[in-house]
Design a protein around this ligand. Structure first.
Ligand SMILES: C[S@@+](CC[C@H](N)C(=O)[O-])C[C@H]1O[C@@H](n2cnc3c(N)ncnc32)[C@H](O)[C@@H]1O
Length: 226
């Protein structure tokens, strides 16, 4: 296979989502709404849903080198998603989780949500390139209130801090349908076990368990029981 082209310019980022502030230089994070680093598109060959795919990544978004190790653990350990209904990738980045959901479950609607407008732009490109018509990308506001999820897969943004992470999970986990399941991958050293305790203490009727431990990550399962 020939090497994919690298370093194409990316169109200017769309306006930031309401309520999110772009940081000043020196305060850049992968979860910035509008990254300030110069945008460079790169193409990478990665394995998603059991086959090699060429995807686009960009500077200023999470894991531009390829599929993050925690994300690899999640994708290797989760049970196959139901094919149909609604699935959520909370914090989609360039899209390894949303793309996998859409490739494995082509009849599903896959909601790919992020605050980072550049990530969403790249996510859209990847969905088109891989023919994943079921993916809908956008900020949280783009998901209609009456949409509920059969499955949520997420490598959540731990680095936004505990209060913000708890608020984020408190916003999305109640949108699981009864019987629906969420899978979160979290590094042990970034507080996976205390997050599991908080989930257990906070959400009812939900059953929280540890599905797997692998390479320093926990995969947590949150099942809505009623
Ligand atoms: C750990 S990264 C995972 C990215 C991607 N799913 C992957 O596996 O490579 C977390 C993502 O959450 C996004 N994020 C941060 N705050 C968010 C929020 N409030 N709502 C949705 N996404 C958010 C970040 O921009 C980032 O893309």
């Amino acid at each position: 296979m020939s090497k994919p082209p690298e370093g194409q310019a990316i169109p200017e980022a769309a306006p930031a989502a309401a309520g999110t502030a772009a940081p000043g230089r020196g305060a850049e994070h992968y979860f910035s709404a509008e990254p300030v680093v110069a945008a460079q598109l790169r193409q990478r060959r990665v394995v998603l849903a059991g086959a090699e795919r060429v995807v686009t990544v960009a500077s200023g978004i999470f894991s531009p080198e390829g599929v993050d190790r925690g994300t690899q653990v999640l994708l290797a350990r989760v049970p196959p998603p139901p094919d149909g209904g609604d699935a959520l990738d909370l914090g989609c980045g360039w899209g390894p989780i949303a793309l996998t959901l859409a490739l494995l479950a082509p009849a599903s609607r896959v909601w790919a949500v992020d605050v980072n407008e550049r990530a969403l732009e790249v996510m859209r490109r990847n969905a088109i390139a891989l023919g994943c018509d079921g993916i809908r990308c956008g900020t949280a506001e783009s998901v209609p209130d009456d949409v509920h999820f059969d499955v949520i897969w997420s490598n959540p943004p731990i680095r936004i801090g505990k209060p913000a992470l708890h608020a984020l999970l408190g916003q999305w986990l109640p949108r699981l349908r009864p019987g629906g399941r969420a899978y979160l991958v979290v590094a042990r050293q970034l507080g996976a076990d205390s997050l599991q305790r908080w989930l257990t203490d906070t959400f009812a009727p939900y059953a929280v368990s540890r599905l797997a431990t692998d390479r320093g990550f926990r995969v947590l399962e949150i099942r809505r029981t009623g």
